[in-house]
Write a protein that binds this ligand. Structure first.
Ligand code: GLN
Length: 482
């Protein structure tokens, strides 16, 4: 195996055993990116010198200590997470040229664990989208078929890991943005429970939904990275003080035996579910059963409202969060302005792309006086019903098994209509609204003409049960014939 193909666990072990140095590993990733990324377009920027300098420092630190879990492991960062001294554009023209003055808490944690922040990866502008086609700064292609999208919004992260252009990457998930691209690019993508991971220093899209999570080559890798990310942060009041479980330990002896898997009926009789995705999901269910899991049909009765609720709540929060990009405090400043109102209006008109504008318009509308109760107020109430559906179901089962997205990766340019694009998140949005944790794990390949496209399945667990999510995920990963 070449060094750039390694996952986090293999890389960390190889480094600890001094089989190779961090400089060698980081250089291998850089060489691979130089060779392949002109084709894939996963990265927006890559400070090679900075990454190699951090790698060298890690190698030097190794002489003194060998106890940091990620010492010398290079990882790629979605371009909306602040790393001091690096660009943070959110793939928007609005923030082109912006340099972060501070580290996000997740980055502080990663650096404290010894990781090397190597490269900034592409995304849909401000994380709004499902294909990375909304990036204002470049096209990213699916490493399994270059004519197709990598998914989104964390499409650069998924393409980098799936194409072996990174050891691992970090994404964010508001309604599906870690899980759907993970499914499209044949990798593991974990969305932690709301509050599990600090959002401080992560450019906000919808603050009541956003979470940072690992995008990796294995479930072990996801556990190792989540361990470093998770926990209380003074700078984010939604992160509880409770101790974080030992995730690697939680996976010891992982097995499907006796695991109660709920199959929510609302997720299975959906028109528009691709037959190959259905086949792969059915096979996954059967292999879990064969390995000793107990299948239970369950119902999440308010699922049908989730999409509508999300497309009120997420744009509402986005419209407030994006108000700061006004050409004065942040971002692109129009040169054509003669008064302050025009400065705001023109800077925003020139800086934001069409999807971001669409969300801001929807968001300000649903929050406007006279409409607030009818839209935002009501959506918040239905969100509570959706959360209760999950709470009820998790009294009966350990996990839910569902498709991740209705289809495998689609062609670049194929989905033109925003509403069709929104349907990608049909199966991921309800869990986001409920705040529980979920993971996309590779499950098979869909045959599409003469290409084979990766398809993942989603496991969903109750809030703050990442320990059981990882344990079940690890057991699933080990099944043959899935
Ligand atoms: N695709 C969804 C959207 O466009 C989710 C995005 C995300 O999770 N960041 O809003």
């Amino acid at each position: 195996m070449s060094l750039h193909e390694l996952g986090v666990r293999q890389a960390a072990e190889g480094l600890a055993e001094k089989k190779f140095s961090s400089v060698e590993l980081t250089q291998a990733v850089i060489d691979r990116v130089r060779e392949k990324d002109s084709e894939i377009g996963a990265y927006l920027t890559f400070d090679e010198e900075g990454a190699l300098a951090s790698a060298k420092a890690a190698d030097e630190a190794r002489a003194a200590r060998n106890d940091l879990p990620l010492l010398g492991v290079p990882v790629a960062i979605k371009d909306l997470i602040n790393v001091k001294g690096q660009p943070c554009t959110c793939a928007s023209k609005m923030l082109k040229g912006y340099t972060s003055p501070y580290d996000a808490t997740v980055i502080k944690n990663l650096k404290a664990a010894g990781a090397v922040c190597a490269g900034r990866v592409n995304m849909d502008e401000f994380a709004m989208g499902s294909s990375t086609e909304n990036s204002g700064l470049g096209v990213t292609r699916n490493p399994y078929d270059l004519s197709r999208v990598p998914g989104g919004s964390s499409g650069g992260s998924a393409a980098a890991v799936g194409g072996n252009l990174a050891i691992a990457a970090f994404g964010t998930d508001t309604g599906g943005s870690i899980r759907q691209p993970a499914s499209f690019c044949n990798i593991v993508g974990l969305k932690p429970s709301y509050g599990r991971v600090s959002r401080f220093g992560v450019t906000a899209f919808a603050s009541s939904l956003d979470q940072v999570g690992p995008m990796t080559k294995s479930v072990d890798d996801a556990a190792m990275l989540l361990q470093v990310l998770a926990g209380h942060d003074e700078m984010d009041g939604t992160t509880p003080k409770d101790p974080v479980p030992d995730y690697m330990k939680a996976m010891e002896g992982a097995s499907m035996k006796g695991v109660k898997i709920g199959l929510p009926k609302e997720y299975y009789d959906v028109s528009g579910l691709d037959p190959e995705v259905k086949r792969i999901t059915d096979e996954a269910i059967r292999s879990c059963e064969a390995a000793g899991a107990e299948l239970v049909e369950v119902s999440l009765p308010h699922t049908e409202y989730a999409m509508a609720v999300y497309y009120i709540i997420a744009p509402a929060e986005a419209s407030a969060n994006l108000a700061r990009f006004d050409g004065v405090r942040y971002g692109h400043r129009s040169e054509r302005s003669d008064d302050v109102f025009n400065l705001y209006a023109r800077s925003r008109a020139e800086g934001f792309g069409p999807e971001v504008k669409r969300r801001i318009i929807m968001g300000t509308y649903v929050l406007s006086s006279g409409y607030y109760d009818a839209y935002y107020g009501r959506a918040s109430k239905v969100r509570t019903l959706i959360r209760r559906d999950f709470e009820e179901v998790f009294k009966k089962v350990d996990t839910l098994l569902t498709p991740v997205a209705p289809t495998p990766a689609f062609k670049i340019g194929e989905v033109q209509d925003p509403l069709t694009m929104y349907l990608n998140d049909l199966f991921t949005i309800p869990g986001s609204l409920a705040g529980n944790c979920s993971m996309s794990i590779p499950a098979g390949f869909a045959q599409s003409g003469d290409v084979k496209l990766p398809v993942g399945v989603q496991f969903i667990c109750d809030a703050y049960r990442e320990d059981s999510l990882l344990r079940i995920g690890k057991a699933f990963e080990g099944l043959s014939g899935k």
